[in-house]
Design a protein. Structure first.
Length: 265
């Protein structure tokens, strides 16, 4: 009879579940995959780890980065002359992709917070500006396609007990921007869990707390999400929300003064 590989319906369900698992593994170490009635009324259950995913796609990622290096070589562009590398698309959130790209381009920052649905639109808008005028950028000579854009100055992290620090927004991210990360559940005996937004580098000793959220432990589960919205006017809104219980809390920061001047609770 027809197997899973021959069933378009089953393959569609698996593709959807695989995409959800990839998104979960971008911030967590493992993801539970459950598909109701995958084939012939049989359910499918599997726990996928980030290490297993990286082992499956490592060769493809490295091949793609190697193709980028060849394209630069063919264009006569040296890697050392690059000022930034901008990743766009859903897979740019995968930690392995970011790590391999940073290894291939160690001399410049890798930006990966651009929303995938905005990448093509932003590129098209910039190209349209170039085509509309022979001198699209004021005070710059022709054929110099550069533009100064406002960017975040430091990494922003989410830190809470029992969970590895999660980068909410990397430094040098063009603004305005939006970002959402999920937090994995933790075990503790306290009624509240302190979730901190911190500014600084990978070394925890250099980070400074800019905001604190006290989340009811009953709400701290796999559906807890942290959203950041950085507007062009310099207002940064951080929202912590639990999709299951409906609990939420938000703070508003400003970049007109240093973010780390006063933690907000």
């Amino acid at each position: 009879g027809e197997g899973v590989r021959e069933s378009g319906r089953a393959l569609g369900k698996m593709a959807t579940a695989a995409e959800e698992a990839k998104q979960t593994l971008s911030t967590n170490q493992q993801a539970s995959v459950h598909i109701d009635s995958l084939h012939r009324e049989k359910d499918f259950q599997y726990t996928l780890t980030r290490g297993r995913l990286e082992g499956l796609c490592s060769a493809l990622v490295r091949r793609a980065v190697a193709s980028t290096a060849k394209a630069l070589e063919a264009a006569g562009i040296s890697r050392t002359k690059l000022t930034h590398v901008v990743l766009s698309g859903g897979s740019c959130k995968v930690p392995l992709v970011q790590a391999v790209v940073r290894q291939a381009f160690p001399s410049c920052p890798v930006l990966c917070s651009l929303p995938p649905e905005e990448g093509v639109a932003l590129g098209a808008a910039l190209e349209a500006e170039l085509l509309a005028s022979p001198h699209p950028f004021p005070h710059q000579p022709p054929h110099t396609h550069t533009r100064k854009m406002p960017c975040s100055s430091a990494d922003l992290w989410i830190v809470c007990p029992g969970v590895a620090p999660v980068m909410l927004l990397p430094a040098h991210t063009p603004v305005p921007c939006k970002r959402t990360v999920g937090l994995q559940s933790t075990q503790c005996d306290q009624e509240e869990v302190c979730v901190e937004v911190m500014e600084g580098g990978e070394d925890g000793r250099t980070r400074v707390t800019v905001a604190k959220f006290f989340v009811p432990h009953s709400s701290f589960n796999e559906s807890l999400q942290v959203n950041i919205h950085w507007t062009s006017s310099g207002v940064v809104t951080v929202l912590v929300r639990d999709g299951a219980s409906g609990w939420s809390s938000n703070v508003e920061l400003t970049t007109h003064t240093p973010l780390h001047t006063q933690p907000v609770e």
